[in-house]
Design a protein around this ligand. Sequence first.
Ligand code: DGJ
Length: 690
Amino acid sequence: MIHHDSEHRLWVLSGPSSSYVLHLDEADRPRVLHWGPRLTPEQAASLLLRLPRPGFRPVEDPLEGSFDLVATGGLCYGQAGLQVRFADGTRDLELVFTGQRRTDRELVLAYADRHYPLAVECHYRLYGDVIERHLVLCNEGEPVTVVRADSATWVLPRLDGYRLSSVRGQWGAETRLHRAELPYGETVLTSRRGVTSHQANPWAMVDDGTAGEEHGAVYSCALAWSGSWRLTAQRLPTERVTLSAGAGHDPVTWELGTGEELVTPVCAGLYTEGGFGAASRAWHDHQLRHVLPHPGEIRPVLYNSWEATGFDVSLDGQIRLAESAARMGVELFVVDDGWFGARTHDAAGLGDWYPSPHRFPDGLGPLIDRVHELGMRFGLWVEPEMVNPDSDLYRAHPDWVIHRPHRTRTEHRNQLVLDLSRPEVGDWLYRTLDELLSKNAIDFLKWDMNRPFTEAGPDDRLWLGHVHTLYDVLDRLRAAHPHVRIESCSSGGGRVDLGILRRTDQVWTSDNTDALDRLDIQHGFSQLYPARVMGAWVTDSPNPYTGREIPLDFRFHVAMAGVLAIGGALTEWSRADLDRAAELVADYKRIRPLVQHGRQYRLRPPDGELSAVQYLASDGREAAVLVYRRARRFGHADPGIPLRALDPDARYRDTATGEVHHGAVLLTHGLFPDLAPGDYASALVHLVRE
Ligand code: DGJ
């Protein structure tokens, strides 16, 4: 709820356990007085008495780094989330407060420049303890260049120390958790690629350096944007810290014409206690309740043909895989790359979204019918933002790609990016996919995006425009084909963020399907994103990418920590492996409501010998625990794994062995799963409260 104290120009935005307190000072600057545990309006108002007394003038400006809207101008030398250049070259903004609009959950604080007709609105929306914030800029004067318009600048209180948690990565090694002291100055996490990126992900968490998985206060924010972005964590010498995030990157700017409006994406902020585990669970809960389009659904067990066939796609081959997958218990069969146009390798066909006349002379109908007959849903891979120069589309419209006249058209994976900011390209994209979905009984699209932007221009607007069109096309396709579900993919996990998750149902986490590497990738992924969206395939051993040999059970148990899928060459698997796989798929189906909709507890991180993750039903009646021993050292006995959030007075029955455990013992001494001796041993334990 949102409380306003007009006498003190104070707003208190409170969720069930936290409050954010804003005060408009005499210069109309929105000062953050508090972000932390919940305060009553009276307690919040008392903070005004604690502001520095007039006459006390320390050497440094004590207010720098304490405003939730920071524009360039005056004596502001720190990081400014709002930067513009007016037509006459003026860069300083002088904002005056012009009013507010407010409901129980929404607040708009409106400002305007004192001279130039530019209005700036700060929008806040409360979802429990999550505060979504964005800006709306409206220009009634001569064109203004928007250099930076961060959706939010989050102001942290004074802490004894500052530690930044974020993820770093690369193709095949996404979302690897990095936790280190926040250096003085500005730490910039960014993507300049036109897509969210493998290298960084648009979220950050800050704690005082002492928080653990289960204890401590954590301040976090996440940006809902799937193009290039930047998040600046600023630590001033005065020990003030801000996190400021928005769409765009240096040196891209946005021309705001007369009468035009710029609405930034949302950046959400969250204060939690109870360590990184509680912060992650709060983010998962937020996405399950307020971000995902079909949050209540259970994601089906999926089969994807990519690792089995590569580009060697044929009707018979796909049917053989589908029959094998159906016997294993798969519920959704997805044909990956290679089904369309002249796509027999990665140098041709992108852009020509009709079934290959050689491979599917009667269209996709016979394959789709067979998949449906087998009791599975049918999914299809597309990469519709791209074109190969060797394609009918490119030959007809060479000007549709992002390019500059006197520059090389840099190819990456032999492909170029379509400029979706051009209206005719956006129209073509929608029409093409709408026709594909209308003519074929497709239940699921895997929407891929395999290369970053190059030679973008002349108008910088395309960096934002591309993403706006992408969102618009996804929204329209969903409305026109409400039964279709969509997976976001970008060479693995290159487009995972709260913006794309508002429009898709799951994501492809990484092209690296090696179960050992996956433990790290999934650990980092889970810091912000829920298991309900994390696509995880079981593939062949040795792994085609890393060459590592890992037993089938371990591979399955790792993939069961998300949305289980199979991606192996099933026609090569032994009878014994196929039978065992069917048992493991059945095991997963029993626990998947817990994995996909329960609360996740990271019991032991994946960097040691033994790691484990627990999923607890929201009513606490069932728990699933996945345990992994990557390597046994020195013949040591495995330690017990204390579980979390069980009822100490209750008893829990292991559904496989029938053994009954006391809650109090599981919480303290822990679970001792029956792991096979040796390396790559794993177990799934399903506990039901008696
Ligand atoms: C990249 C994806 O991440 C893979 O899963 C696969 O779909 C290929 N593209 C196909 O080209």
